[in-house]
Design a protein around this ligand. Sequence first.
Ligand SMILES: CC(C)(COP(=O)(O)OP(=O)(O)OC[C@H]1O[C@@H](n2cnc3c(N)ncnc32)[C@H](O)[C@@H]1OP(=O)(O)O)[C@@H](O)C(=O)NCCC(=O)NCCS
Length: 393
Amino acid sequence: MSTAYRLTGFDRRTQGDALAALLGVSFNFPPEDAPDWWDRGGDDQLRVLEADGGRIAGTLLHIPMGHYFGGRSVRCCGVAGVAVAHEFRGRGAATWMMRQGLREMRAMGYPLSSLYPSTMPLYRNAGYEMAGVYYTTTIPLRAVEVRSHERTMREVRELDIPAVEALYRQLAAERNGWLDRGRYLWSRAREPRLGPAHGFVAVGPDGVEGYLWFVNQKGEGWKSRMMITDLAAATPEAGRSLLGFLAGNGTMHEDAVCHLAPDDPLLQLIPEHCFRSRMQERWMLRVLDPAAAMAQRGWAPGLSGAVEFELRDDLFPENEGRWVLEVAGGQAELARGGQGRMKLDVRQLAQLYSGYQTPAALARVGRLEAPPEVQATAATLFAAPQPQLTEMF
Ligand SMILES: CC(C)(COP(=O)(O)OP(=O)(O)OC[C@H]1O[C@@H](n2cnc3c(N)ncnc32)[C@H](O)[C@@H]1OP(=O)(O)O)[C@@H](O)C(=O)NCCC(=O)NCCS
């Protein structure tokens, strides 16, 4: 007989112990650390998978946030902490939970959902697809050779926080895919679980122009390593001063590890090609509500065009069928109609939307069908730099 499941809210008082045990064994951390994680995420963002008789079979966490696309933040429900108890594994519990979870997110008005997968088929079956990358970049500090002190680097004060957050938002809006952080993501950047973090700001005549947060970790021998959990510079002076700050730590620290992509402008200020970047993870995106996703994002001013497409989505019948995307004046509208000249699944729509794949590349692997002129228009509309994230969630 197949198990009947229910996805419910979380009650820490009655379910806390069982859920902490499940998370501890699934993610390899001490169960007593679970409450700290719930405090960051918020109990109201946890979902519990209950099997017959109220037994806890699984869980997931919603992370309310946004992704910047085309300079505007699109509401997104990040998903983390997906876990199923061992006794329920291998018989579709996670698949059921994800699909049910997505129905709830769509009903809550989220146009997008994203996550880091530990296994892809599970999430592909729910309509997610690979949509961007996450790098780890290691910078040997002795090789940075930037001695700038153009901006004062001082320890962050509570009063600096609004300026720090505004600076992040300003820079993130210029990047393709970066997160519009909520409470959970800011807590991971400034109070990482790695250990106590130091925060410094680069201060110029008009206030905060850059910042970094890092945790010191033991490296080889007596040397240490700086694990950078957040880093941003809004001006060349602040960028050089942040690098000067890193270089200034080069006597005691072997290297600094951050998650900027190798093409990040800040890394271009290092005179030599001394840093190494490794593509560490891929993240996945799910388009829950195509019309809202297209309307909420930004589009380059001056860009105009229309694409008629036919969408498949085996979870949301309301997304299926023919649509016309019209882009003009920095805005887009998605309306019903057209001839469905481009045919694709909702998973490939996510890849076009983020700019991770082009129509031609998807057609080459049999994931999209469209005449060349339709592919060319879609390629122009969705053209974007490689979508990246600089943080895990
Ligand atoms: C991953 C996990 C949630 C899967 O739960 P589940 O209920 O067994 O998953 P399902 O039965 O719905 O399987 C769905 C798909 O997931 C994939 N999958 C499940 N377990 C897997 C494993 N151990 N290794 C690789 N892929 C796996 C398979 O592709 C599977 O499809 P298939 O059965 O058609 O091959 C569960 O194994 C777990 O809690 N793991 C530890 C924590 C974790 O990795 N969480 C995910 C974080 S992103």
